[in-house]
Design a protein. Structure first.
Length: 202
């Protein structure tokens, strides 16, 4: 529901993972004498080639190469791209659940903050003994606010029962607020759900 660039994230993870696998394979292969000899000769040739390139690209009247300036600019660009990538993670959150600015007898507009619905649903779900935990958030979905309700039922609780009862809570909230909001109900299971027992009152 959020606007996290999942495709780019998967591509980056695949590239980084492949690079780490190749680095690990090379490190293991260096234990073989033939590969170690090849690596030493190749590293020496590469070092000589880099030295020749730096000598051929020195600045006029200087001893340093202009390639270091290019490398510094590339590093700055990489840092900017990393900040942009981090800023795009988890986007799509909305702070407004509903906004009404239609013509009314009294001038003005009505805005319902997303925290109203989030806190109301969170309070109602926290009273349930068949749930270990719950989270409610608001996102932009197809140009309009939508609620995402994530619940963690205890072990043995039927998911369809939880879904129906959460849907009833959302319907009651829509009736109170006078706004019908799209809702995504996510039912998850984790270690806490498996190992936490339901409380019983005797």
């Amino acid at each position: 529901m959020n606007q996290t660039p999942r495709t780019i994230n998967r591509i980056l993870l695949a590239v980084f993972g492949l690079g780490l696998m190749l680095a690990g394979a090379l490190a293991m292969a260096l234990g073989v004498p033939a590969v170690a000899g090849w690596w030493q000769s190749t590293a020496a040739q590469a070092g000589q080639w880099i030295s020749n390139v730096l000598d051929a690209t020195t600045l006029p009247g200087q001893r340093d190469s202009w390639l270091w300036i290019v490398l510094a600019l590339l590093m700055v660009l990489l840092i900017i791209l990393m900040f942009a990538w981090v800023a795009n993670q988890g986007k799509g959150r909305s702070g407004t659940l509903a906004y009404d600015d239609d013509d009314h007898p009294v001038p003005g507009s009505v805005t319902i903050n997303a925290a109203v619905a989030e806190q109301a649903l969170k309070a109602a779900l926290s009273e349930r003994v068949d749930l270990v935990n719950s989270a409610v958030s608001t996102y932009e979905f197809r140009g309009r606010p939508a609620l995402k309700v994530k619940v963690f039922p205890r072990q043995g609780v039927a998911p369809y029962v939880v879904a129906e009862e959460v849907s009833a809570l959302v319907s009651a909230l829509d009736a109170v607020l006078g706004v019908q909001t799209p809702v995504l109900i996510s039912i998850s299971s984790g270690a806490r759900s498996r190992f936490t027992r339901a409380e019983r009152v005797r």
